[in-house]
Design a protein around this ligand. Structure first.
Ligand code: SF4
Ligand code: SF4
Length: 127
């Protein structure tokens, strides 16, 4: 059954309703945390319907290296979500093998800096 994006996003955002008022009404996007580094298999980029997930190394290059060697060949390399393009659909979350992707309001406290890191990668200040 067809559901407009608005209702899908609103439903997913129910998880944020316990957040402080200044956070729960934000229309922030999803965020990739540092836990991507070392795995970086680009599954999320392939699942994203609007192609807003990118990193410093081409996806094809990352995929050409066996998963077990990726962390050594590309230390610290991860993908990021463009905060101005993400439509908050959540398609990327389920495909991540290391649960590195969260809604902005659901990013664990110790990883909150990663929200700004995503924006910074695309040349913008974090919000
Ligand atoms: S939430 Fe949707 S639009 Fe945003 S990065 Fe993930 S797949 Fe792409
Ligand atoms: S699916 Fe997860 S581990 Fe793979 S590139 Fe995306 S965020 Fe990184």
């Amino acid at each position: 059954m067809y559901l407009p994006w608005f209702f899908l996003v609103a439903g997913r955002r129910e998880a944020c309703w316990g957040q402080p008022a200044e956070e729960k009404f934000q229309t922030m996007p999803h965020v990739i945390t540092r836990h991507c580094a070392g795995t970086c298999d680009t599954a999320c980029a392939q699942a994203c319907p609007i192609d807003c997930i990118h990193g410093p190394i081409a996806d094809a290059t990352l995929r050409s290296v066996p998963a077990a060697e990726r962390g050594v060949r590309f230390p610290g390399v991860q993908l990021y979500i463009d905060p101005d393009e993400c439509i908050d659909c959540g398609c990327c979350v389920a495909v991540c093998p290391v649960s590195a992707i969260h809604m902005d309001c659901d990013v664990p406290l110790e990883l909150r800096d990663d929200i700004e890191a995503n924006a910074r990668f695309f040349g913008r200040r974090g919000r």
